[in-house]
Design a binder for this molecule. Structure first.
Ligand SMILES: [Zn+2]
Length: 150
């Protein structure tokens, strides 16, 4: 089911939090990389094509046998698509009144052209996956982005 969705939830295992390229790169390298990514996507969200403020999102591949978490891509996302990707964090921000969780659900349904049922199921699957993955220590593989690492 998930394969058909344009916008999916990608929760990073809690055991890997803080192990991202952004925190490993020198700030100016990250800034440069971000600009390249935004340019590559013509300064639009790579999923819903919205303009405006963009975020650079790290896409990870998970090898569930070797427990290797590999950085596969970096894509440009609008604030809403990015918040959906990290919907666990978005939930915390929503509880603090910073964003509307309901608006994110609406965005998910609009981009994926689906109903709330599909969202609920997908969200439940994403959290289940997150819980399972969070039990393991993942080896972070940044091979393709090694240039510019500290
Ligand atoms: Zn978007």
């Amino acid at each position: 089911m998930s394969e058909k969705l344009k916008l999916i939830i990608e929760l990073v295992p809690s055991s890997s939090w803080n192990q991202n390229l952004r925190s490993l790169l020198k700030p100016q390298m990250w800034e440069r990389l971000k600009k390249e990514v935004y340019k590559k996507y013509d300064y639009k969200c790579s999923i819903c094509r919205a303009g405006g403020k963009l975020h650079a999102h790290e896409v990870w591949d998970y090898d569930n046998k070797k427990y290797v978490q590999k950085l596969a891509d970096i894509i440009a996302l609008c604030s809403k698509c990015h918040a959906v990707k990290h919907i666990g964090l978005a939930g915390i921000h929503a509880s603090e009144g910073k964003i509307s969780y309901e608006n994110l659900i609406k965005h998910f349904m609009k981009v994926n052209n689906c109903d709330r049922d599909v969202f609920e199921k997908h969200q439940a699957e994403a959290f289940k996956k997150f819980e399972v993955r969070s039990h393991f220590e993942w080896q972070i593989d940044l091979t393709e982005y090694q240039n510019g690492l500290k």
